[in-house]
Design a binder for this molecule. Structure first.
Ligand code: CU
Length: 288
């Protein structure tokens, strides 16, 4: 019976490593960001900062992986060694060992703390933002949707709503290939603005305006999610980020502005007016 337990304890780390190795092939890895020219789905982030974050993830995964394997080997060694004995053995502490297993994790944690500072600063500290980052919209989370406020085409985004601002829900249009910034707010409870393919996640807090920047290197449609359980309709907070080449984006914004300002009786509707009966010939007085 003893050996069955030892075998079970020894088996699970092997299973853990095997599942990890199989994960990318099973689709349990990063979300697919785009389909590359060869027609293969890319698991690489579309966001340059996202790729840096992935690199940090892999560095930490390797550190944890090495520690995991070593400690499991140590555990197996202790289990197999103890399995043959019938009595417990008392060991007094070992100062050298204790110092070693305190210093090694401390060094690993210090290394991670310093190593990630660059990526953290780029995401959070305004003076480290990429050059030319443009505020494109204010995104306000509310139960249960994303309200998007754009400035009128050609105008800068203001902190307070302007009469010619444009509003949309759950659809954020951005130019591709350049860093863009949104001002994130919440109208009610805490939400979380998440772009998995950009590796961006930022809580939206009531009473605060939080800048968030990101960049889509490849034009396309990307997922926008709320990743904070914010109420019964949390699942409805799915949106889309549409990244288009700058000229196409400008055209889309201009068309959007025209559509929003239109009263429905515009030049484009000439065909509709032509199809209607000629109202001039049916003046009230002439009717019989
Ligand atoms: Cu939410």
């Amino acid at each position: 019976m003893k050996w069955v337990w030892v075998g079970l304890f020894a088996l699970w780390p092997v299973a853990a490593v095997a599942v990890l190795a199989a994960s990318p092939g099973l689709g349990w890895w990063f979300p697919q960001s785009y389909v590359d020219e060869a027609g293969a789905g890319s698991l690489e982030s579309v966001n340059p900062l996202g790729r840096e974050i992935d690199h940090l993830f892999y560095v930490i995964l390797v550190i944890c992986g090495v520690v995991f394997v070593l400690t499991q080997i140590g555990l197996a060694w202790a289990l197999f060694g103890a399995a043959g004995r019938s009595r417990a053995r008392y060991l007094h502490g070992n100062h050298v060992l204790e110092v070693v297993w305190t210093l090694i994790p401390a060094a690993a944690l210090f290394f991670i703390a310093f190593y990630q500072m660059g990526a953290w600063a780029k995401f959070r500290v305004e003076s480290y933002y990429p050059e030319g980052v443009t505020p494109v919209a204010e995104v306000t989370a509310r139960m249960y949707e994303w309200r998007i406020r754009y400035p009128a085409p050609g105008k800068p985004l203001m902190d307070t709503p302007q009469p010619d601002d444009l509003y949309a829900v759950n659809e954020l249009l951005i130019p591709a290939g350049q860093p863009v910034l949104i001002q994130l707010r919440s109208e009610d409870v805490q939400h979380s603005f998440s772009l998995p393919q950009f590796r961006i996640k930022q809580d939206a807090l009531p009473g605060q305006r939080i800048p968030v920047w990101f960049q889509a290197d490849v034009p396309g449609e990307y997922v926008l999610l709320c990743q904070e359980l914010c109420g019964w309709g949390h699942y409805k907070m799915g949106g889309v980020v549409k990244a288009a080449p700058p000229e196409e984006h400008a055209a889309a914004m201009a068309a959007f502005a025209a559509e929003r300002r239109s009263d429905g009786v515009t030049v484009e509707n000439d065909e509709v007016t032509a199809a209607l009966p000629d109202t001039d010939s049916t003046e009230p007085g002439e009717r019989n």
